[in-house]
Ligand binder design. Structure first.
Ligand SMILES: [Zn+2]
Ligand SMILES: [Zn+2]
Length: 196
């Protein structure tokens, strides 16, 4: 985003705040400025982590609230993926996303007027379509190269018919080992039990 486009977006937010009687606080301005320089579609926690050292007294909840305000005002957009934390996007115009299924990286794809999809008929479903967003899921170059480097040979054949072949360590499993606080989303967390 060009500095000019960033400046216009900040002015748009200032105007929206004024119209609704909200003060343009330093926290609101800095959250928006941080969003506008990011290209990685950050989570609210990532925005908080980038700003907490610069803004003393800033709370995680405040960042969540400011991001929601920005979404409500149409300054940024919110992208939700099944099973993932919400991600925020400074690009408010219509575009699609390439989503890496391994590292959850999101890459913007611009859409031309010819690539518009036909909206389905939803008459009788009690719903009004206002917009759409397409996620093309796949694997990013970095993950593809990492996986290629990690798996120089095909996995050995099972020695016993019931034994499954050894699977290569995926990016997610490796990150989980490095960061023991990251929990698997599939397994429910046992209540009251010990964690050994
Ligand atoms: Zn990736
Ligand atoms: Zn985007």
């Amino acid at each position: 985003m060009t500095p000019e486009a960033r400046r216009k977006r900040i002015e748009q937010f200032e105007r929206a705040c004024r119209e609704r009687g909200l003060p343009m606080t330093t926290q609101r301005r800095l959250v928006l400025e941080e969003m506008l320089v990011r290209k990685d579609h950050p989570t609210a926690d990532q925005i908080y982590d980038s700003l907490k050292s610069r803004l003393h007294g800033l709370s995680r909840t405040t960042v969540y609230r400011i991001l929601d305000t920005l979404v409500q005002f149409g300054i940024i957009t919110k992208i939700c993926h099944h099973g993932s934390a919400a991600r925020f996007d400074p690009e408010a115009h219509q575009h699609h996303h390439l989503v890496c299924m391994h590292c959850e990286k999101i890459i913007d794809v611009e859409t031309g007027p010819r690539s518009r999809i036909a909206w389905p008929s939803v008459r009788g479903l009690g719903f009004q379509i206002q917009d759409y967003l397409i996620h093309f899921r796949g694997i990013c170059d970095r993950c593809r190269q990492t996986r290629a480097a990690e798996v120089p040979l095909p996995p050995p054949a099972p020695r016993h018919p019931t034994e499954k072949p050894a699977r290569p360590v995926s990016e997610r499993t490796r990150r989980k080992k490095e960061n023991p606080t990251m929990r698997s989303r599939r397994k429910p967390i046992s209540k009251g039990g010990s964690h050994d």
